[in-house]
Each structure stands twice: as C-alpha cells, then as structure tokens.
Ligand binder design. Structure first.
Ligand SMILES: NC(=O)c1ccc[n+]([C@@H]2O[C@H](COP(=O)([O-])OP(=O)(O)OC[C@H]3O[C@@H](n4cnc5c(N)ncnc54)[C@H](OP(=O)(O)O)[C@@H]3O)[C@@H](O)[C@H]2O)c1
Length: 363
C-alpha cells in the first residue's frame, strides 16, 4: 500500500516527539517533513532534539536527517510536500487558530492536538470510539473555508480520555451527573522532572483551564450535528477538580456517577458493558485501535500509573475499583496515557479514521 505522506508541526516538542516516534513503524503513514518555530528552523531534527528527547527510546532514523522547517514562513512548502499534517504547538490560541486555518486553506488537512479550535462549531472534536460520526461536519467546514481537501479536525483534552470512555457505554441507563478528580502527569505540561524539579515529591492542585475543559468538552463529544454545526449535549453534568502529580506519564481519574432515580445498573452489568464496548475504531480495525478499549482490573490496587499506562501500546483505558458510593450510585478509578491515547496516539487514531472514511486522500 502506498503510504500517506505526513508532516508534523511542533515536531520538536513533547507531543511532537511522540508523533515522530509513532510514524516510525506506522503501516499507513510516512513521515516526510517536520516543522517548529523559527528558533529550530534550518537545523536537522537530530540537532534540535538530541538534548531534549523526552519520551524514551531513540530518535527514529528516518527523522534524524530531516531539516526542520519554519511552520509559519515555510507553510506553502510544507503543505505541498504532504497529504496532511499533525499539529501540536505551544503558541497563543489565536496564533494557533490562524496557523491551522492557513494550512487548511492551503488544502492541507490538519489533525490537531491543540485546544484552539475545539469549540469552533464546524470543527469535529473526536474520540474515534465515541463520536466518529462527527467527522461528517467536515463537509460544512470545507464550504465555509472554500476548500476541497483542507479542513481541521481535533482531538479532545487529555484529562478526560479515561473517564469519558468509561462513562460512555453507561449513558444508555441515564446518567444524571458525574464528579471527577484527575491526577495528571507532568508530561501533560510538556515537562520532565529535570525541567520541572519543583514537581519532585509534589502535588499542585491547579492546572490552568483544565477543569473547564474536563467539564465542558465531554458535552461536545456527546453532542450532535445540526445543520452546519455541532451542538453540544445538555448533559450529563460533570464537575471536576484537576491536580498535577509527580508522575512522568499517565493521567488517573477518580470518578463518581449518579444515575436517574431507579435507573442504576448492577455492578455486573456495568463491567459487562465495559467488556463488550467497541467503537468505530475497532469496527474498522484501525491500526492504532486497541483491541479491547476498556480493561477492567479486579485487583483492589489497580490500575496503577506505572504498571498500566502502556496497556495496548498506551491506547487502552484501564478501569478498576468499581464499588457503591454513599452519595452517588458508584465510584471507580480509571487511567489513560496522556501523551499516547490523550495526545499523539489519539490524533494518529483520528487520522486513521479520516483516511479510512476518505476525508484524507493522497494528493
Ligand atoms: N503534553 C501533553 O500531554 C499534551 C496533551 C494534550 C494536548 N497538548 C497540547 O499540545 C500542544 C503541544 O504541547 P507540548 O507539550 O508538546 O509542548 P512543548 O513540548 O512545549 O512543544 C511546543 C512545540 O511548539 C513549537 N512552537 C512554539 N512556538 C512556535 C511557533 N511560533 N511556530 C511554530 N512552532 C512553535 C515548539 O518549537 P520549538 O522547539 O522550535 O520552540 C515545539 O515544537 C499544546 O497546545 C498543548 O496544550 C499537550
């Protein structure tokens, strides 16, 4: 099979490095270009990242010799070299919005890890197991942008990629509300312990903007297409507190769920729903899709961040400790890998979905 030619914008950063490493053995995608800020442009990828390679393993051979392009100044060149780009940059929101729209208008599809376009009404925000059908809004987005190929699709925030998948198969019973506390790894801030020594032996009870994303983004995922926009769902209402904890990778969440009166399923039913759950990613057998999306652990002390974050290459969600609660119906814990399922891996899976459904085609 002829591979899709892929560019990574923000390739030198924490998420960008993940994208580059996920391209290494990808059966459909071939990395052909990397871009970052003007600070890195003109140097080889190896020169720029050798001292800041932060994700374990080594820099892929195919990436080492690529010359880093300037994502802004070289946009036309980059867009002409690739079938689509991944984007994960640390810039002001309005600058990211403009950059991503520029690539889309250059007829280059953008699969984005950034939050800048998550609330643009005709930009699909997709977890392929949950709301794959939202990609149909791309037709409306292309009409607005005046493009034939170009569009922007985004993934949702990393904080919610454990508890939303766990709640999703239970929505059919009528969830009234949920409460979550998240315990988020430092790579979620693009950091390592060397670069953030204050995080050693520490817990910080604040991550700017994260609680609002954790409460609101699930409602867009559970929303519906109406005309030229995605309208968010009315509920279930979620309240969240988000903490930064001293883990390198892996976001844990403690989740409490209350069903409408008399609607609570049994614990056995919930476990069986989790075990049986399959989404569009599994139906299409996408290369990065976990075979079993939701794994339930019976052991009382699982899931654990270090032991379980890499389950199914970091693309599965681990759940445990389901039990009755005194104020909600049930409580449980869940875990997902924030830079794999929650960031680059989730975006790669979304790109696979967009290729399989013919929204991304070869130029
Ligand atoms: N880390 C996570 O787990 C995670 C999860 C979900 C979402 N995100 C989001 O993903 C994005 C990237 O996060 P990160 O953790 O990878 O950040 P990071 O490690 O700080 O990397 C930032 C990247 O952006 C590039 N950049 C900065 N200014 C630029 C400019 N003016 N033009 C082009 N490129 C520019 C940097 O290039 P230089 O090296 O040249 O400066 C670098 O490649 C952010 O929007 C973040 O919110 C991160």
């Amino acid at each position: 099979m002829e591979k899709y030619r892929v560019g990574v914008i923000g390739a030198t950063g924490m998420v960008g490095q993940r994208f580059v490493s996920l391209m290494e053995k990808h059966p459909w995608f071939q990395l052909v270009a990397v871009a970052a800020s003007c600070r890195s442009a003109g140097k080889t990828y190896e020169e720029v990242v050798s001292k800041r390679w932060a994700i374990g393993g080594s820099i892929p051979e195919e990436a080492k010799g690529l010359t880093v392009l300037d994502a802004e100044a070289d946009a036309e060149k980059l867009a002409s070299m690739v079938d689509f780009v991944f984007c994960a940059v640390d810039m002001k929101k309005e600058e990211i919005r403009a950059l991503e729209e520029r690539y889309a208008k250059l007829e280059c599809p953008v699969v984005s890890n950034n939050s800048a376009h998550r609330w643009t009404e005709d930009v699909p925000m997709v977890v392929p197991e949950i709301n794959a059908d939202h990609i149909k809004i791309i037709d409306a987005q292309r009409r607005r942008l005046g493009t034939k190929r170009g569009f922007i699709a985004v993934k949702s925030n990393c904080s919610l990629q454990s508890y939303v998948p766990a709640l999703h198969p239970l929505k059919k019973y009528g969830i009234e509300r949920a409460l979550v506390c998240t315990y988020q790894a430092i790579s979620g801030a693009g950091k390592t312990f060397e670069r953030w020594p204050e995080m050693v032996d520490n817990c910080i009870p604040y991550i700017g903007g994260e609680e609002e994303k954790s409460e609101q983004e699930p409602l867009k995922l559970w929303g519906r297409i109406e005309g030229d926009q995605i309208v968010k769902a009315d509920g279930p209402a979620i309240t969240a507190q988000c903490f930064r904890v001293a883990c390198q990778d892996g976001h844990m969440a403690a989740c409490f769920v209350k069903f409408a009166d008399g609607k609570a399923p049994s614990m056995e039913q919930i476990k069986s729903d989790w075990a049986a759950f399959q989404g569009r990613a599994q139906e299409l057998k996408l290369p990065s899709a976990p075979r079993q999306f939701l794994h339930y652990f019976e052991e009382a002390d699982r899931p654990q961040t270090r032991l379980d974050r890499m389950l199914e290459n970091g693309m599965a969600v681990s759940i445990g400790r389901l039990r009755p609660d005194t104020q909600y119906d049930y409580k449980f814990v869940c875990l997902s890998h924030n830079t794999l399922r929650g960031a680059a891996g989730g975006a790669v899976l979304l790109a696979e979905l967009l290729c399989a459904e013919n929204y991304i085609t070869r130029q």
